[in-house]
Design a protein around this ligand. Structure first.
Ligand code: ADP
Ligand code: MG
Ligand code: MG
Length: 250
């Protein structure tokens, strides 16, 4: 599904990613961990096609197609979802209206008609129920006065509705509390299927107690310096990142 080859990228002439290689297949959940400033958020932004970052070398393939020339919007239409891609507050636009527009824009880009209102409503009800979201929340203005947990709930609801092929969740320094953690884990676990893939970026091992990844990768200084299974995350929890940094410099 996603194949990243020797990816180098940076911003304003500063190199951040220094040769990332990563292969993510349908049905897999990959966790990306690593110390602060190692390039995790940059990697997710570059995959999603955020244009402030410059790719200086390497390639990203999505379903066998080089996506270099696709805008962030076009990548979203191809099924790439990045959490917090739309963090804006939009007074007067509800949580549901926003997601309806996003779904219909994707359909339009594929030359399809809008989703029939009844089907949309059914889907909204289904996903809201699945994620334990109440109706009052769905009619609130997007992100306006949302607590941390509510922002997460909105984000995961967007993900569930859009049913992305590749979801990238960048759990930055947001200080996920127990509630938010449960919302994210629940959303990801319910999205998991043989047809889609999830990349969870986190430096919190505890998130991975709830989302059991198939693979764990550690980024240090713009490179994946170690890959393993969920045991690697436990090892990191126990030993920290220093041993990895040392191994990486040998
Ligand atoms: P992580 O998510 O692993 O904490 P980031 O990808 O956010 O790391 O950052 C990697 C490095 O790139 C850091 O040194 C950071 O300061 C730098 N960086 C990231 N985004 C920008 C930006 N928009 N402008 C300047 N420097 C940036
Ligand atoms: Mg950071
Ligand atoms: Mg980050």
């Amino acid at each position: 599904m996603l194949h990243i080859k020797n990816l180098h990228a940076g911003i304003e002439g500063k190199g951040i990613l220094k040769g990332i290689n990563l292969e993510v297949n349908a049905g897999e959940v990959h966790a990306i961990m690593g110390p602060n400033g190692s390039g995790k958020s940059t990697l997710s932004a570059v995959i999603a096609g955020k244009d402030e970052y410059e790719v200086t070398d390497g390639e990203i393939f999505l379903n066998g197609k080089n996506i270099e020339d696709l805008s962030a919007e076009e990548r979203a239409h191809e099924g790439v979802f990045l959490s917090f891609q739309y963090p804006v507050e939009i007074p007067g636009v509800s949580v549901t209206n926003f997601v309806k527009t996003a779904i219909n824009e994707t359909r339009k880009a594929k030359g399809e008609a809008d989703m029939p209102a009844s089907e949309m409503l059914k889907k909204i009800r289904e996903k809201a129920e699945l994620l334990e979201i109440d109706r009052k929340f769905l009619s609130r203005s997007l992100n306006q006065g949302f607590s941390g947990g509510e922002k997460k709930r909105n984000e995961i609801f967007q993900m569930a509705m859009l049913e992305p092929k590749l979801a990238i969740l960048d759990e930055t320094d947001s200080g996920l509390d127990i509630d938010a953690l449960r919302i994210v884990a629940n959303g990801v676990n319910k999205l998991r299927s043989k047809d889609n893939a999830v990349i969870v970026i986190t430096h919190y091992q505890r998130l991975l107690d709830h989302i059991i990844p198939d693979f764990v990768h550690v980024i240090h200084d713009g490179k994946i310096v170690k890959s393993g299974t969920k045991e690697l995350a436990l090892e990191l929890e126990e030993k920290g990142y220093d041993w990895i940094k040392q191994e990486a410099t040998i």
